[in-house]
Design a protein around this ligand. Structure first.
Ligand SMILES: Cc1cc2nc3c(=O)[nH]c(=O)nc-3n(C[C@H](O)[C@H](O)[C@H](O)COP(=O)(O)OP(=O)(O)OC[C@H]3O[C@@H](n4cnc5c(N)ncnc54)[C@H](O)[C@@H]3O)c2cc1C
Length: 419
């Protein structure tokens, strides 16, 4: 491995956070010959990179904030039965976040946002293939096809309208329309109430826990040190680098540091001029074993359900809850997911669900990630991908490692952490 391409002053990097972003960045840094230590307060995939849906779906990789959310959210968001739930409390930071989120959901801002997604989405998948070719063993599967199911034509029109906007933004979506019966021929576990569907082509998925474990192994195999139980509490500048201090008194030194702490990003990054709020958009998931386990990922946009086959189990996930990332799981939310799933599946024993999980998506108000240097040129951040940190994680890792060891790619102007 050659280190000739590295910036002369960055020979060692501490990456804080062993989620998708931290590990993908570590992988690319090792490939550039940089000495890397990845630390995590718990371990690999202790945050939202574990219980997510694992979809690598360029056709659906869109900003969370959009005009229809502005219309529907105020009516429903205070109910724990609503997919988007904001528990009522006085929290100035949350109010600031929501105000920014609402502004960026306005049609004009949203269209600008869509253009950035359209530019970046096609760059995401090749980075998964690079990781596979480079030794990450867990499979990246093509959906062949990816299914979306609906109880009515009216619901389907909403998704078709999204595709029109995606295409108007410069991206391509390849899909076919099918009846409920055609959908059931592919996945017999869908209920008779599912009346129509969409088959999406060119979409992929992973098994998140397996993939993350495999990525962690690959990073270690490349020579990085992975340290769990290191809860980073402070980052200080030294004359020639940085020192990262843990809550238990441990400390590590390196030439530079990457903060890739997901929904916790603001805690360490704020001191370095990162003003954008990273709010936890908490999601829930669990797994069940239907009588016929699906082999395709299935999306129910109207019910906001994301379903992914994970070997012999089906993961069912969804919900968006703006509250503290560290709050205890709200048990009512699992019940809400079950109630959303019952009408669209048959042959599922919902009481036998396992792996109940909650995790915080790192959501920014403008819907874009924070990738690059902070006001301290030795302190970098990578995160804030909201709903799409898995699909865009390997790309982020490559862009961020590139910015640390060389010149930032021009596309990073959209993701400036100091905006
Ligand atoms: C229900 C649900 C479904 C989703 N589905 C998809 C999907 O299909 N496709 C997709 O692309 N995305 C999806 N996402 C979003 C995706 O999971 C996230 O965007 C992504 O995992 C974020 O990765 P990350 O590395 O930034 O953060 P995380 O995975 O949260 O990792 C952050 C890590 O930092 C560690 N950490 C935090 N603070 C400290 C500290 N002070 N010191 C040390 N370590 C620390 C944590 O322990 C954690 O391991 C989904 C999310 C949810 C909740």
């Amino acid at each position: 491995m050659s280190s000739s391409s590295t910036k002369t002053d960055v020979k060692s990097v501490i990456v804080i956070g062993a989620g998708m972003i931290g590990l993908a960045t570590a992988w690319h840094l090792r490939k550039s010959g940089v000495e890397v230590t990845v630390v995590d307060k718990k371990g690999v995939a202790a945050g939202s990179s574990w219980g997510n849906a694992g979809w690598l779906t360029p056709a659906l990789t869109l900003p969370l904030g959009e005009p229809s959310v502005l219309l529907s959210a105020p009516k429903t968001m205070l109910s724990s039965k609503s997919p988007l739930y904001i528990p009522l409390r006085f929290d100035l930071k949350l109010i600031r976040f929501l105000t920014g989120f609402a502004w960026h959901s306005l049609p004009r801002q949203w269209r600008k946002s869509m253009e950035i997604f359209a530019k970046v989405n096609p760059l995401g998948m090749p980075e998964f293939h690079e990781l596979t070719d480079g030794g990450v063993k867990a499979p990246v599967k093509e959906a062949k096809p990816f299914l979306a199911g609906f109880l009515s034509e009216k619901d389907r029109k909403v998704l078709l309208h999204e595709f029109e906007v995606v295409e108007a933004s410069g991206d391509k979506v390849s899909f076919d329309l099918v009846t409920g019966d055609e959908l059931r021929q592919i996945e017999p576990t869908l209920s008779d109430a599912v009346s129509c569907g969409v088959l999406l082509h060119g979409q992929y998925f992973i098994n998140p826990p397996k993939y993350m474990e495999s990525l962690g192994d690959a990073v270690a195999k490349l020579g990085a040190t992975l340290k769990s139980g290191f809860d980073a509490a402070a980052i200080d500048d030294t004359a020639k680098g940085v020192i990262v201090k843990a809550t238990n008194g441990d400390a590590l030194e390196a030439d530079a540091v990457v903060i890739a702490t997901g929904a916790w990003l603001g805690e360490l990054a704020r001191k370095f001029g990162v003003k954008a709020i990273v709010q936890a958009g908490r999601g829930y998931s669990f797994s069940v074993v239907p009588e016929v386990v699906p082999s395709h990922p299935i999306y129910f946009p109207a019910q906001r359900l994301a379903c992914t086959p994970l070997g012999d189990r089906l993961r069912i996930g969804g919900m968006m809850e703006f509250r503290s990332v560290d709050a205890a799981p709200d048990k009512r939310r699992f019940r809400t997911l079950v109630e959303a799933g019952k009408p669209v599946f048959k042959g599922v024993d919902w009481d036998a669900r396992k792996e109940e999980w909650v995790g915080g998506r790192p959501v920014t108000a403008d819907g874009h990630a924070l990738i690059g240097a902070t006001k301290n040129p030795r302190v970098f951040v990578g995160g804030g991908h909201g709903m799409w940190g898995i699909a865009l994680g390997p790309l982020t890792g490559k862009l961020l490692a590139g910015a640390i060891v060389g010149e930032p790619d021009p596309v990073l102007k959209h993701f400036d952490p100091l905006r």
